[in-house]
Design a protein around this ligand. Sequence first.
Ligand code: NAD
Length: 280
Amino acid sequence: MGFKILRKEQLASNIHFIEVDAPRIAKAAKPGQFVVLRINENGERIPLTIADKNIKNGTIEIIFQEAGASTTILSKLKAGDSILNILGPLGEPSHIENIGSVVVIGGGVGIAEIFPAIKEYKAKGNKVTAIIGARNKQLLLTEEKIKNMADELLIATDDGSYGRKGFVTDILKEMIEDKKEINLVYAVGPVPMMEAVSNVTKAAKIKTMVSLNTLMLDATGMCGVCRITVGGQIKFACVDGPEFDAHLVDFKELKTRLSTYRDKEKEAIDHICSLDKIKE
Ligand code: NAD
């Protein structure tokens, strides 16, 4: 029953990789899309980006951070265990065409989500520069894979332990100052990063797309939990997105909505950890 986990790896202290048997999703999934999974009967619905897929093997890959109660429970599953439901692929696929020179930016866990877009931008004949950034070297996920696919890979770490010291935006600013040709920027990562990227490219008038990680519940456009404002209009990230024109996104509202249940989430994680302690 359910969707079997075929491979599981811990990539960093609280970041995990799973490869799951899901042939129909693997066949249909396009870059930019996500799945919603429910671990068990009592599980909440968690939206997670499809990090890669293998149509031949009928598998999808997911890389996730232990962020709340459900991802903490998911992190405890092993290869051979099953996830009760996986719904997908969901969301609008990325609109990828030949536009010239594209800069694809991944920050933190967002790095793990940019590979399908890089692959497709390359397939459409674009020159792709990838910029990835994380707090330190250990958190630079899927570096080799990105290096092998992109034309150029530029790296920043906050602590300077690898690549240049600083943020992904420092590298982007330099590229713009050096008058490098950039026709499009595509960014995935924490909201402050996507907002910072947007501010840089807005000033330089470079079209920029971001993948928004809003809260989500049903992920079919009915519940409204993922509501955001884009260009003054109400949108739902699950069905209208998750990708939007960064220069039109109301980031202030997004940040406020993302923090709504932070206290409840902390309570839920503390509860799970206390149950683990009882078992020990
Ligand atoms: P983090 O805070 O460690 O930041 C990662 C990198 O992003 C930094 O090293 C830096 O290069 C850049 N960055 C961060 N803040 C910046 C700023 N203010 N200005 C310029 N650059 C900045 O990231 P993390 O802890 O790995 O991120 C986790 C967050 O990413 C979670 O909130 C998660 O929900 C989100 N996430 C988003 C997506 C998505 O689809 N957008 C996907 C996966 C994870």
